[in-house]
Design a protein around this ligand. Structure first.
Ligand code: GCB
Length: 605
């Protein structure tokens, strides 16, 4: 169990949330000696930047954009005296990739992992009815002992530089909201829900964890605010008559109110919208509420102009509107857990989410998506440091599942993206990771990982761990692109025939396929990178998808163009977007729309 509660911050009759978003004082620690220089008490200078945001794209200097090391943030907060006697927490939606938190000069905690929330307990450190100083040191260096994996090199002139083993820009900083919470001494710490459907009715199996022994009561309200069910005690079953189910693109959300009582006094209250639905895999089918579904949608990124990977509420809204327009019903949170607000929106809009932990770059190569194909061996899981990586990975899985388990939109966990599965050493690693996820999830959702191009029958030692076989495939792009596309199709079918021959009795899903395309480029006849070629590529790929019954979904790479490290394969970023980075359609968007609007939800049963 985690040492702090992951519940999303909400004001209720007993809780108070104060947003700390806005301008923070900011300083880049070029010497890396901030502690020695007294930064925990006061950071130098008067530069201010917005939170939430990545710090990289505001500035005009390349040395800031590429900076690897420590950056410092500072903000003051007034703590009212009425909050005495409460637990006071600072909550960071994320700090990429590691952080140390100081209050009034005193170190409160450290956290590693750049895409999940953490809480600093500042109850003892604050001064009441006074201004308090919050200082945060954020470090963005990449290592092979934390996820996502990469390395930090030193250039001949002494400058440090991040070398990601993954294909997205190493945006960092305080990229999500920061809040200050006042929570009662005895409080609701966590809860787990699971659903069972029985004819018209539903049973909600629940477990509530609190920090004390007082009595717990639950109340379930429907969308009109009418009582739909109630229950008493910390665990049990709530019966919902004539339950309205959470369905794909037709979400129904109940409001669950959890309260701790001392007699008739409410000690704590937490409120969350929940959706009643079941999810499971049976044979080659993915079943939502017992009925087969076919996924259509995207691998995405949190990525936009200016704020980088910072949570951008406007971009989120636009993305959902575009996904609805194009007829998508799902996405994968490639390659890290997204901001919590995105899952809340997916809950409300009825989108299916494959929730991915930031285990990307577990393949030692700066361009692994290219080199996987060359037969290069990396033996990633045989490093001396692998146990440390495993520890960080498991911690991130625990944080992810604890954070996201009660979202109806989350239908599967993706535990790794494109790891090196070619050596036996990967097997015990996978075993631990998959067993942990299984144990932590009361709903026992399907678990998967995205297989890199060389993870094929005969080579991949780990696909058996997956409930859904998720393939990242680029036949017609990295493999035999352009005029060789007919050969790409032959090779693609050959691989799919090999999977078919294994008769795994599991659903397959394409978690990636795509072709880089410049939003302004037209060419008749087509060449690679033109809009015409992206369409040709998609037509070929779609035909292959439709030839195999066990393929139960397609999530194209990528929803939108996104920023990467610079290099000869990337033109100011990855251009595989169906939409541009500014969220306007490429030609392929119309082709996909045409297809997806017609595909029934239960396509291929
Ligand atoms: C992949 C990776 C993804 C890359 C993509 C590409 O296999 O999972 O992170 O961006 O290929 O475009 O090469």
């Amino acid at each position: 169990m985690l040492e702090y509660s992951m519940l999303y911050p909400k004001s209720t009759v007993t809780r108070r949330v104060f947003s700390m978003d806005g301008m923070w004082k900011f300083h880049i620690d070029r010497q890396g000696d901030g502690e020695k220089e007294g930064y925990p008490n006061k950071i130098p200078g008067f530069d201010y930047i917005p939170v939430p945001a990545s710090f990289q794209d505001f500035y005009t200097q390349k040395e800031i954009r590429e900076f690897a090391g420590d950056v410092w943030y500072e903000k003051e907060i007034f703590v009212p005296k009425e909050w005495k006697g409460k637990n006071l927490f600072l909550r960071f939606g994320a700090a990429t990739h590691r952080a140390a938190v100081y209050v009034n000069g005193k170190k409160i905690m450290e956290h590693e992992g750049g895409f999940l929330p953490f809480l600093a307990d500042v109850t003892e450190a604050v001064l009441y009815n006074a201004v308090n100083k919050v200082v945060v040191k954020v470090n963005n260096e990449l290592t092979v002992t934390n996820i996502p994996c990469g390395e930090t090199i030193t250039l001949p002139d002494g400058t440090k530089m991040n070398k990601p083993y993954f294909d997205f820009f190493n945006y960092s900083g305080l990229q999500r909201s920061v809040s200050f919470l006042a929570v009662p001494k005895e409080y609701i710490f966590d809860f787990d829900l699971d659903y069972e459907l029985a004819g018209e009715d539903a049973k909600i199996h629940y477990d509530i964890q609190t920090t004390g022994e007082h009595h717990v009561r639950l109340l379930l309200l429907d969308e009109e605010g009418k009582q739909a069910a109630q229950a008493e005690g910390k665990s049990g079953i709530m019966e919902v008559k004539n339950a309205r189910l959470w369905q794909v693109r037709q979400a129904y959300l109940y409001r669950l109110i959890i309260r701790i009582y001392d007699g008739e006094t409410i000690l704590d209250e937490y409120v969350q919208e929940i959706g009643i639905r079941t999810i499971k895999v049976e044979g080659t089918s993915i079943l939502l509420n017992g009925k087969p579904i076919y996924l259509r949608g995207f691998g995405k990124h949190e990525d936009s102009d200016i704020v980088g990977r910072g949570f951008n509420i406007g971009v989120m809204k636009r993305d959902f509107e575009l996904m609805k327009w194009i007829g998508a019903n799902s996405f994968r949170t490639a390659h890290y857990p997204y901001s919590e607000e995105i899952y809340q929106m997916a809950d409300r809009e009825g989108f299916l989410v494959i929730d991915e932990v930031a285990a990307v770059g577990l393949f030692e190569s700066l361009m692994n998506f290219m080199e996987a194909n060359t037969g290069k061996k990396t033996a990633f899981f045989e490093k001396e440091t692998t146990p440390l990586l495993l520890k960080a990975h498991k911690r991130a899985i625990e944080e992810l599942i604890t954070r996201d388990k009660n979202h109806p939109c989350v239908i599967a966990w993706s535990l790794l993206n494109e790891p090196d599965t070619s050596s036996e050493a990967a097997v015990p690693y996978f075993k631990e990771v998959f067993e942990l996820a299984h144990r932590l999830d009361k709903q026992k959702r399907p678990k998967t990982f995205a297989l890199i191009m060389n993870s094929v029958p005969g080579v991949c030692k780990c696909y058996q761990f997956s409930d859904i076989i998720a393939l990242n495939r680029y036949y017609g792009w990295y493999v035999k692109g352009g005029y060789e596309i007919s050969e790409a199709e032959v090779l693609f079918r050959k691989e799919m025939d090999a999977w078919k021959a294994l008769d795994l009795k599991k659903p397959f899903l394409f978690t990636e396929y795509g072709a880089d395309t410049l939003g302004m480029e037209h060419k008749l006849p087509s060449v690679m990178w033109s809009q015409e070629y992206q369409d040709e590529y998609l037509k070929m790929t779609n035909e292959v998808f439709d030839s195999y019954d066990f393929i139960k979904g397609e999530q194209i790479w990528n929803f939108a163009d996104f920023q990467t490290t610079e290099g000869i394969l990337r033109v100011n970023g990855n251009k595989k977007g169906v939409f541009t980075r500014q969220r306007q359609p490429k030609d392929a968007a119309y082709l996909l729309r045409e297809r997806w609007k017609k595909l029934p939800l239960d396509f291929k049963g």
